[in-house]
Design a protein around this ligand. Sequence first.
Ligand code: BES
Ligand code: ZN
Ligand code: ZN
Length: 490
Amino acid sequence: MNFNITTDKLSEIKSDLEIIIVIDGDLKHKFIQDKKLLKKAGFKAGQDEVCLLLEKNRLYVGSETLKGVGIRSAVATALRSLLGKKYKTVKIATYLSHPKCTASLRAAVEGVVLGAYTFTTYKSKKIKSRIKNIQISTEGYGDNYEVSLEAMARAVHNGDIAGSATNFTRDIVNTTPDDCYPEIMANIAEDLAKNSSLKCKILKPKELRKEKMETLLAVARASRHKPRVIHLAHKPKDPVAVISLVGKGLTYDSGGLSLKPADYMVGMKSDKSGGSAVLGIMKAISEMNLPVEVHGFVGAVENMIGGDAYKPDDVLVAKNGKTIEIRNTDAEGRLVLADTLCYAQQEVKADYLFDFATLTGACVVGVGHYTSGVMGNADEPKDLVVNLAAQAGELATKLDFNRHLKKTIKSEIADVCNISNTRYGGAITAGQFLAEFIDEDHKDKWAHIDIAGPAFVEHAWAENPHGASGAGVRMMLRLIEKIARTAKTD
Ligand code: BES
Ligand code: ZN
Ligand code: ZN
């Protein structure tokens, strides 16, 4: 898709279709030329309500607000409604919620890219977006915009990168477990490095044994697909900060010997969402060429059953020497993350350490399908994630640790147990398990983001289609971009 930002007036731009966003039900705005027709059609301009006036070549869509969160969703819904239609060029005005801030323009561009997404790999008849060119006029919804054309162009460029990286992550997550297993995730990372300035290192079983990642290896043991740990690095000259990202990359989670019931197993190809998000973030970071050193680690493993499977009652030794009593092989993500987190901390002393994982069903029960749970020892990194997620249009909320829940993962025979002795508070106890594998240096620099809810939803919502959403990608890009900006001006 090509984006072009131009000072030409909307009326001077030739295109197949114009998209007009109606803000807060204001059908009297100067942009709306079809007041009577829209009234006849019963169009009320509610959030994400669309109305295509075929003969006028105009598509109206409602947004409750001029802020990015409304614009992104409205534009994406408009684009989704055009899938399979023959329009190739589209024009749209600039909508800003503040005269000096380009966030809504970026959101509109993200909305275009995210809304045009389809996953058609397994369809014989592929219905795709045919839109090739988007013309954005600097003619604004408001009259007093003060941003330069250069700043607008930057917002468009970064919005395109962020949206495309989210779609890249969606593609990996949506791919079936027989087509995307650990070796394939490693190939994807290597391809990324080949086509960019990213550095890539892949650890195969031999290296994993050398690194004493026996816990990760135990989870992987019953699968015919051997595990990989991926390390991608973006290393600019004179970085202003160092950030490590760690992702759970369970290419399939059958539950292992503690086998999941049939209904709960469906969709577990999405258990690689955290790792896939890390790959998408690394892609975008290198494309934006941010002055921050960023390391992405992915623990790519398949959790299966078989004669060689790890078992409830086993005691495993993690990379940091801690012993883990296994009572449920379906709590495997935390085991893979334990070793991957230890490896990441050994390799890189970071200013921030974030992990992304579809870690617990309990998080979905607690906060619902659309929101990520943010955990950790210290407020600063958690607040950073929650605030920047909101700016990026992702929902995330803090789930605080407490000492009472901490006691529920104690083991009588090992240092820690892989499940809690209570069925409540499962997202938090999983987070507290991970905290056992965070060293003293990173203790207050770490946040764990449980994306089990938003990563994969079987209906379209806001800017997201059915299936993988790419949760985590936009929130982390915003966060790293903010760090790049603040550290620079210090
Ligand atoms: N991958 C699942 C968590 C999950 C559930 C992700 C639903 C997305 C949607 C994880 O490995 C798991 O199975 N967790 C168990 C933990 C339990 C055994 C303590 C769970 O949540 O039931
Ligand atoms: Zn599991
Ligand atoms: Zn899992």
